[in-house]
Design a binder for this molecule. Structure first.
Ligand code: MTE
Length: 451
């Protein structure tokens, strides 16, 4: 391993970090301080990299005198907190910065808005429930499950009304899937608009959902399989959210879900019942689900006739474009972060496809001229996040980091100019272009578009 690889780089996270506030203020100052202290940090990171014992012992000497080692802290000498002090566990107080956040000025009222998932601070493929993005058209409610009902009607022999208890006694499945709002990355169609990956890509989350396959309920009600073509899903909130779903999809992998990440859905995410429509844009994942109607024609409701349509360059609109095509993004290093020094970095990111599994992810550090294949971390599941990682040694010169996913259908994530050539610049939905992060000489990482 070269000298540079041995010296692990550190990075200021955005917006939360583990560094003292004073140090975060000035990356330049931090850099000077870092030079003095670098060897002790390097020792720890090198152990992680499995480097030579001789190097480690040389560096260990510099750690001598560290008050964090010499002075025994209260937590090593005193009695800790009792069990069940937090009957429902909470993250550490030091993780307070990691929150879903609303983009300032995005909407007029916060009840019809979106709070973005902090992708830069999550690991693996599961989004913690408290960080799952939220998108409401008319606010969220904490609905009493004992009063909630689901009606299944239309082209079925026996229309039925289910209580939550009825539904939770039926055979269930648990599956890990991403949910991405069709408007994720919408602000970047024309130009760079937002600074961090939280705002550029945070209208996406990935969870384990538990519930009853919709096919079980439709069969239970005696669906007219010969003539039925579509189902309509309707939510119980004031937004009259109604979405048409083709019957073949409804009978395939759609779930009427009450569970998320091992517990009941959170109210913001549709408690007590929501539709899970794997691979399809978030709007079809109707929350607070109260009605399923079976029919033989599309309904062309307001959320399919005037919203969630794609404006094409010729002025025409495309309707019913539900599938979220393959997309990927590097989550670290990413916009708003700062690399403090040259050396080793683990480039890490997420890839997904609404058409199945991720097959491969390539990463470029020179704006797309050269690509290297990233490691895909398991499990690689269909219509779910796949985590990728790749080693990188930053030599201190400007770099442009990009990731490009290919899914199991062979589809390759396009460049922004390829997407614009077909879709123009005035669309909102289904922006799945390759994302570029520029690393400047001073280590600051910013959002750029590279053609
Ligand atoms: N369902 C209802 N009933 N009302 C809504 O406002 N928003 C939709 C969808 N389902 C919505 C809804 C949209 S646009 C998205 S992207 C997803 O829910 C967001 O799901 P989440 O809030 O759990 O992230």
């Amino acid at each position: 391993m070269s000298q540079e690889v041995k010296k692990s780089g550190r990075l200021i996270r955005a917006p939360e970090n583990f560094l003292a506030k004073d140090d975060v203020k000035s990356p330049a100052l931090m850099r000077r301080k870092f030079l003095a202290a670098s060897v002790s940090t390097a020792a720890t990171s090198m152990a992680a990299l499995g480097l030579a014992a001789s190097t480690r012992s040389a560096n260990a000497a510099v750690g001598a005198g560290d008050p964090n080692i010499l002075n025994l802290p209260a937590h090593s000498t005193g009695l800790g907190m009792p069990v069940a002090a937090n009957p429902y566990g909470m993250p550490s107080q030091y993780e307070k910065g990691l929150q879903r956040r609303e983009s300032p000025g995005l909407t007029r009222v916060s009840a019809a808005s979106v709070a973005f998932t902090p992708l830069q601070g999550t690991f693996g493929i599961i989004t913690p429930s408290g960080l799952h993005f939220e998108r409401h058209h008319q606010g969220w409610w904490d609905i009493d499950p004992s009063k909630h009902r689901l009606m299944v009607m239309g082209m079925v022999k026996n229309p039925k009304v289910y209580t939550m208890d009825d539904i939770m006694r039926l055979p269930s499945v648990s599956r890990i899937h991403f949910i991405e709002c069709g408007a994720n990355t919408a602000m970047e169609w024309g130009n760079v608009a937002v600074p961090t990956v939280q705002y550029s890509h945070g209208m996406i989350s990935c969870s384990e959902f538990t519930g009853v396959p919709l096919s079980v309920l439709l069969d239970d009600c005696g669906i007219d399989r010969k003539n039925a073509r579509f189902v309509l899903a309707e939510g119980a909130d004031g937004s009259s959210m109604t979405r048409t779903i083709p019957l073949d999809r409804a009978l395939d992998d759609v779930i009427v879900a009450y569970g998320m990440n091992g517990e009941m859905l959170r109210p913001e995410n549709g408690y007590p019942l929501r539709l899970v429509v794997p691979g399809i844009q978030g709007v079809s994942w109707v929350k607070w689900l109260r009605r399923i109607e079976v029919g033989d024609q599309k309904w062309a409701t307001k959320d399919e006739a005037i919203h969630y349509i794609d404006l094409m360059p010729d002025g025409m609109h495309r309707q019913y474009t539900g599938i979220q095509e393959a997309k990927s993004v590097i989550t670290t290093p990413s916009g708003g972060q700062t690399l403090l020094d040259k050396g080793f970095y683990n480039i890490s990111g997420l890839a997904w496809s609404g058409r199945g599994k991720v097959k491969r992810v390539d990463v470029s550090v020179d704006g797309g001229r050269n690509w290297r294949q990233a490691r895909l971390e398991g499990p690689i599941l269909t219509k779910a996040f796949t985590r990728f990682n790749i080693d990188w040694v930053w030599d201190g010169s400007p770099a442009v980091l990009q990731s490009r996913v290919q899914d199991e259908t062979g589809y390759v994530q396009p460049k922004i100019n390829q997407l614009r050539a077909v879709r123009g610049t005035r669309s909102i939905y289904h922006q799945n272009a390759i994302q570029s992060w520029k690393v400047a000489e001073n280590g600051e990482v910013s959002n750029v578009q590279v053609y």
